[in-house]
Write a protein that binds this ligand. Structure first.
Ligand code: GAL
Length: 657
């Protein structure tokens, strides 16, 4: 595979006289791709129907002439003022009932059919104009769905769309009343037109109502993306269709959107994410303030690799300080390079930096680029140049694809919606739960694949972990039954029917031949009242009381005598949320049982297997001797003593590393 680098560029921000020089410098830096156009609607169509594509053509020509390949964005994340004035009801409405106004970006409602038609129109015009341009190699649909919390909108268009969606799903109001349990609090309706959106209610709305609204809203994002990808495919053959997802964004089903993409990409801002989106405490945030969390990027690499069946990019890589987190430190020297290599270790085809030159104006003037506003190279530029040089030397030696990991985590967006709707205890957050398992596996030196609950291919994994799954599908139960390797299920998995009710047989509601237990009661715990488990560690936040049937046995008990971990055949069930010590103990036991070689890694050192190589990364503040992990000889890249921000690659053979 030809691993490449790219950059995000806004020709409309700079005088045309500067374009050729910019393009030449990009090419000289060793970049291959340039993403442009995704916010340029007001320049592409200043008035309805008055297309002005000439400047875009000249900019694509210029980039192409310099040997660069363009990723052309559809500009639908920034509808122009004239369009908003024509159809003001296309604006999204917040849960507080207030209209979210024009003046920044993403000011549209996924449910608005009129706006969708406008998006199709501009996409078609662009696809016809540039679909066959030799400089256009790929397309990006819109920009970061859900950025600024824009999946959910409580507009009249959403209400109408939701009612039609419900009618199709339930066919009759009686069926809906039954499924939702609307007899409770006299919530019954006699017509689909009576159904309101689940906001601004006096107290909580029915969870089944909220869950269907989340499903509906996710479907609208899929519909929106598909409308664009269909047009692009029809008019720009053999170009890849890409979307750029975000970090810790769960509001829509990325597997469903990914099914319409050739390549999933995501926007990786490690320092912003640590400050803004991490559950870790201040001590951790301080420790990794200039490097980012050692597992957060990796998790998303593994997640998004799965959303489009293997092909994926980083579309935007943080190149220096950003502008949007509570604090915006500069990356430690070497981290921009490390983040780039880490993406390649997880199988990325391309890493593209955001952005070429820092803009001296408007909202993101404090956001670094590869160039400073005065066009002098910023720190990140030199690290990108180093990666480009290293790729030239090493790319051919590395396998095209990372291959299958030994361990998999099943991931499911509807479960995230469900537990957001009904956390039951403040800390119960699906992402946090899954991420806890992920980082614990990574501390054992294991590489992890993420697989969708909606298409559960468990074959070949020695250990599969299914935490916090809302509801079983028949496919997943069949896959669990057929699985030859080890499985760890729970907590809270299978605790609801798809209608958001407690299953008749009580959770986890697996057939008795698979797992013969019943969760008869649960409790949630304050963070300062964990339940100790004498073998080490504790259950925190969430704990279950399990009744054990024949063929299941208790493996671990909490100190109050309640079963914490039970086993039946190759399947373990965990009745609570383990802290890191307990999690480590359990995963280590299961990894051993699955004959996986484990390590005991520092907080800051991480490994990733990629084909016949292993990559090592040092997020920590002190150097780390890879010989202690059994590495010998001279690594392909880096040294055996891995400096802070260091990257090393070594060849391995066989299963373990
Ligand atoms: C992303 C977005 C970019 C830019 C960037 C700043 O979320 O796609 O347009 O705003 O953040 O970090």
């Amino acid at each position: 595979m030809n691993r490449t680098l790219g950059v995000c560029y806004y020709p409309e921000h700079w005088p045309e006289t500067q374009w050729a020089e910019d393009a030449a410098r990009m090419a000289a830096l060793g970049l291959t791709f340039v993403r442009i156009g995704e916010f340029a609607w007001s320049r592409l169509e200043p008035k309805r129907g008055a297309y002005d594509f000439d400047w875009l053509k000249r900019s694509i020509d210029t980039l192409h002439a310099a040997g660069l390949k363009v990723v052309l964005g559809t500009p639908t994340a920034t509808p122009p003022k004239w369009l908003v004035d024509e159809m003001p009801d296309m604006l999204p409405v917040g849960a507080d009932g207030l209209v979210r106004k024009f003046g920044s970006r993403r000011h549209y409602d996924f449910s608005h059919d009129g706006f969708l038609e406008e998006c199709k129109r501009i996409t078609l015009a662009l696809a016809k104009a540039f679909g066959a341009h030799p400089g256009v190699a790929a397309w990006q649909t819109d920009n970061e769905y859900d950025c600024h919390n824009t999946t959910l909108s409580y507009s009249p268009a959403a209400r109408e769309g939701f009612q039609a969606w419900l009618q199709q799903k339930y066919q009759s109001p009686e069926a809906l009343n039954r499924a939702w349990g609307n007899v409770f609090w006299s919530m019954e309706v006699s017509d689909f037109g009576e159904i309101e959106l689940p906001n601004l209610t006096v107290t909580e709305a029915n969870p089944a109502h909220m869950m269907d609204f989340r499903r509906y809203a996710s479907d609208r994002v899929v519909r929106f993306n598909r409308a664009q990808s269909d047009i692009i495919r029809a008019h720009s053959p053999s170009r890849d269709v890409i979307h750029n997802f975000m970090g810790r964004t769960l509001a829509f089903d990325h597997f469903a959107v990914g099914a319409d993409l050739d390549i999933s990409s995501w926007d990786s801002y490690p320092l912003g994410f640590l400050e803004d989106r991490s559950d870790q405490n201040d001590e951790w945030k301080q420790k990794f303030a200039r490097t980012g969390d050692p597992d957060f990027q990796a998790f998303h690499h593994d997640l998004y690799r799965a959303t489009s069946k293997g092909r994926w990019w980083v579309m935007e890589q943080q190149p220096g300080p950003v502008n949007w987190a509570p604090h915006n430190p500069a990356p430690r020297d070497g981290m921009v390079r490390l983040w780039s290599w880490e993406a390649f270790a997880h199988g990325a085809e391309t890493v593209s930096y955001f952005r070429w030159r820092q803009a001296p104006f408007a909202q993101e003037q404090m956001h670094a680029g590869l160039l400073r506003p005065d066009s002098i190279e910023a720190e990140g530029f030199f690290e990108a140049a180093q990666v480009a040089a290293e790729l030239r030397r090493l790319d051919a030696d590395l396998d095209a694809y990372p291959g299958k990991a030994d361990v998999a985590i099943v991931f499911d967006y509807p479960s995230a919606w469900a537990w957001e709707i009904q956390p039951q205890g403040r800390e119960f957050d699906y992402f946090r739960l899954v991420f806890d398992f992920y980082l614990s596996l990574r501390r054992l030196g294991l590489s992890v694949d993420i697989i969708p609950a909606s298409a559960p291919q468990l074959d070949g994994y020695r250990l599969v972990v299914i935490p916090g799954l809302f509801s079983w599908s028949a496919d997943l139960i069949a896959a669990i039954r057929a699985h030859q390797g080890h499985l760890l299920i729970g907590p809270r998995s299978g605790s609801k029917t798809s209608d958001f009710a407690i299953p008749e047989s009580l959770p986890p509601a697996l057939p008795a031949d698979v797992l013969n237990i019943r969760v008869t009661r649960i409790e949630t715990l304050r963070a300062d009242t964990p339940v100790q488990v004498s073998e080490g560690g504790a259950l925190q936040f969430w704990r279950e009381f399990i009744e054990i049937g024949s063929s299941a046995e208790t493996i671990l008990c909490a100190d109050d005598g309640v079963s914490a971990l039970v086993k039946q055949g190759n399947l373990h069930y965990l009745g609570g949320w383990p802290d890191q010590a307990l999690m480590h103990g359990i995963l280590l036991k299961l990894a051993n049982a699955a004959c996986l070689l484990t390590k005991d890694l520092d907080d800051g050192v991480r490994l990733r297997r990629h084909g016949n190589h292993v990559f090592a990364f040092n997020y920590g503040a002190t150097s780390f001797d890879l010989a202690t992990l059994g590495w010998t000889g001279t690594p392909l890249l880096g040294e055996l003593v891995l400096e802070p921000s260091g990257v090393a690659i070594t060849a391995v053979s066989g299963a373990g590393y």
